[in-house]
Design a binder for this molecule. Structure first.
Ligand code: AMP
Length: 290
């Protein structure tokens, strides 16, 4: 496996791969790899001939009071893990290589970032779409894969690809979880022992809400309150959002329509650590007796 650190090297490499008729798969990450990242590699393998993983902690997608500085950077162990699952190349540029000091261009998708994480992280998704566009231009993948853990990100990137006619097939992977249900995340390493135990309530509360919905509960505020109480009882967890939204537009639902699907998305802070999770639930059709 080879490390590629400059855009010029990357351009030469992908030119050669493309000329040889092989298909390139891209797995974009910020490193601190865990099993979720490795499953992305597993999933893309059948679709392509060459796998490039990018590891880049992208300053553009962090707000001024967020964790850019302390985000875990573990390149040596990432290289070993990536190699063990068959990644062919790691693209790991410096910030100065990716962003010239006077960069003036941003790629912005409208509307979709105005919900969920976009509300508490203004500018975050503009940072994501800008870096992903750059990665697409630099690495020219035929296929790229994103995790549904960051469901809003995946939806926004799919929209960007469609709107800008980018010739990349976008795949998504269901959320990979720890044995107790906590969604895997590089940020889980920030959690104290007590918070780690409490964090399992995120997934449990989503399942609790699902149970309410499939057994006929239609009252949105009741469901949201039930999730909130489930998560915050007995600890200092702080809710950022609990939202039941349309699975495509991400707009807040005003009612649950039988036969449609609802995306339940949550973001919760344990101390300084903000975790997200989500679950899509199909709302059953009930027989209505007149
Ligand atoms: P990150 O390194 O956190 O930027 O994530 C890189 C990619 O891995 C994104 O597409 C994430 O959605 C995906 N990812 C991270 N954690 C998980 C997980 N637990 N399950 C599935 N995909 C994940």
């Amino acid at each position: 496996m080879e490390l590629i650190r400059t855009i010029a090297e990357a351009h030469d490499l992908v030119e050669k791969i493309r000329l040889s008729g092989r298909l390139i798969g891209l797995v974009p990450t910020m490193g601190a790899l865990h099993r979720g990242h490795l499953m992305l590699v597993d999933e893309i393998r059948d679709h392509v001939d060459v796998i490039i993983m990018s590891i880049f902690v992208n300053p553009l997608q962090f707000g001024p009071n967020e964790d850019f500085e302390r985000y875990p950077r573990t390149l040596d162990s990432d290289v070993e893990l990536a190699e063990s699952v068959g990644v062919d190349y790691i693209f790991c540029p410096d910030v100065s290589e990716m962003y010239a000091r006077n960069m003036k261009t941003r790629v912005v998708v409208s509307d979709l970032p105005d919900h969920l994480c976009g509300l508490s992280r203004p500018g975050h998704f503009d940072g994501v779409t800008t870096v992903v566009s750059k990665l697409f231009n630099i690495l020219k993948p035929h296929v790229a894969i994103f995790g549904q853990k960051d469901v809003q990100q995946a939806i926004i990137i799919q929209k960007m690809v469609k709107d800008l006619s980018i010739d990349v097939k976008v795949l998504t992977l269901p959320i990979v979880r720890e044995v107790d249900g906590l969604a895997m995340s590089s940020r889980n390493s920030y959690l104290s022992e007590t918070d780690r135990l409490e964090a399992v309530k995120l997934f449990q509360s989503l399942n609790f809400a699902k149970q309410m919905i499939v057994t006929g509960e239609h009252d949105l505020s009741l469901i949201i309150n039930a999730i909130k109480n489930f998560i915050t009882t007995g600890n200092s967890a702080e809710i950022d959002y609990i939202s039941l939204v349309d699975t495509e537009t991400l707009e807040e639902l005003t009612e649950l329509k039988e036969g449609s699907s609802v995306l339940i998305a949550i973001a919760v802070k344990f101390g300084k650590t903000r975790l997200i999770d989500n679950l899509t639930v199909k709302i059953p059709v009930f027989e209505h007796v007149e």
